[in-house]
Ligand binder design. Structure first.
Ligand code: ATP
Length: 301
């Protein structure tokens, strides 16, 4: 399968700060990849390397099999950075047409605006758009040139739920038609809803790389909450915390845990068993204090 973007042992430093530390990542054609990581993890830096906006301090970066700074390659790429400054006096259709003018077969303006819920705003100056409308326009122009690969840095930040879902639909449509997407997001729900593959980045390094189910499987699958005056030693508890009588236990096998509670005659109440969400998995993966997970992840990387 064609690899549209690739880093091999890419490191990027800003003075003493190591933003990316030996990252090797392939983005195959047709994939929808979500980059997850806390603030400052290195996600934006990685997208900037792919887009040819920055060079790695060491290691290599390829876009469409060659140098990302090559103009012909970048014409196959669509990007929405985290912050965009749209010229406030230009009208919406002028901004779209300006971007579209750089490409041979752009999406017609009306069609693009319709896909991103901006129909009717063609003649509005961008300075007069709401924050959410500006964001949608900034994301829409990434798709204007019918790119083969789209890089979206926190595309839905600042959008309300409805606008976010409309934008997801547009991204999904593009992907269903064969497009490739790399997006960063702080909304775990977004990554769960959209991405086929999740790459968790923390402190400039890839901590996990797999399907959502695989990333989830790296952490204890069940969270058990209960109230009890005290608990005996219970087998299979991988992590626990206690606040007064409230316990939170993490385990791969909640059935066995509950059986142990019953057979040991432990007085407990308010029992609650839940499946770990990706958010919880993600927090555990990026938590420096969680030795169990850290060692599992290190084996994986
Ligand atoms: P966020 O989720 O907050 O956008 P991020 O994962 O995108 O974060 P980056 O923006 O790539 O992270 O930053 C990674 C690290 O590099 C951070 O410590 C950041 O402060 C640092 N950094 C990024 N750009 C620069 C720069 N131009 N000069 C100095 N340090 C920088």
């Amino acid at each position: 399968m064609e690899i549209l973007a690739r880093t091999v042992q890419a490191t990027r430093s800003y003075g003493p700060v190591i933003a990316l530390d030996g990252v090797s990542l392939d983005v195959p054609a047709g994939q929808l990849l979500g980059l997850l990581g806390p603030n400052g993890a290195g996600k934006t830096t990685l997208l900037q390397l792919f887009a040819g906006l920055r060079r790695p301090t060491s290691g290599t970066v390829e876009l469409f099999g060659g140098d990302p700074r090559d103009a012909a390659r970048r014409r196959r790429l669509g990007c929405t950075p985290q912050e965009t400054g749209l010229p406030p006096t230009l009208r919406v259709h002028e901004i779209v047409e300006f971007v579209a003018g750089h490409f041979d077969h752009p999406v017609p303006t009306g069609e693009l605006l319709e896909q991103f819920g901006l129909t009717g705003l063609e003649r509005r100056q961008s300075g007069g758009l709401s924050g959410g409308q500006k964001r949608r326009l900034a994301v829409a122009v990434a798709f204007a040139g019918r790119p083969d690969l789209v890089l979206l840095d926190e595309p839905t930040t600042g959008l309300d739920v409805e606008a976010r879902h409309a934008l997801w639909d547009a991204v999904r449509r593009y992907h269903q038609e064969g497009g490739t997407v790399v997006l960063t997001s702080h909304y775990l729900e977004e990554v769960e809803a959209l991405a086929e593959r999740v790459v968790v980045i923390d402190q400039g390094r890839v901590r996990a790389d797999g399907t959502i189910a695989e990333v989830r499987s790296l952490v204890p699958a069940r969270r058990v909450r209960l109230r009890a005056p005290d608990l005996p030693d219970l087998a299979g508890v991988e992590r626990s915390s206690r606040e007064g009588e409230r316990y939170e236990l993490w385990t791969a096998d909640s059935d066995s845990l509950v059986r142990q509670l019953v057979t040991t005659g432990t007085p407990f109440h308010d029992l609650e068993v839940a499946t770990a969400s990706l958010e919880e998995a993600f927090l555990a993966l990026t938590s420096q204090s969680n030795q169990t997970v850290a060692s599992v992840v290190q084996e994986m990387v």
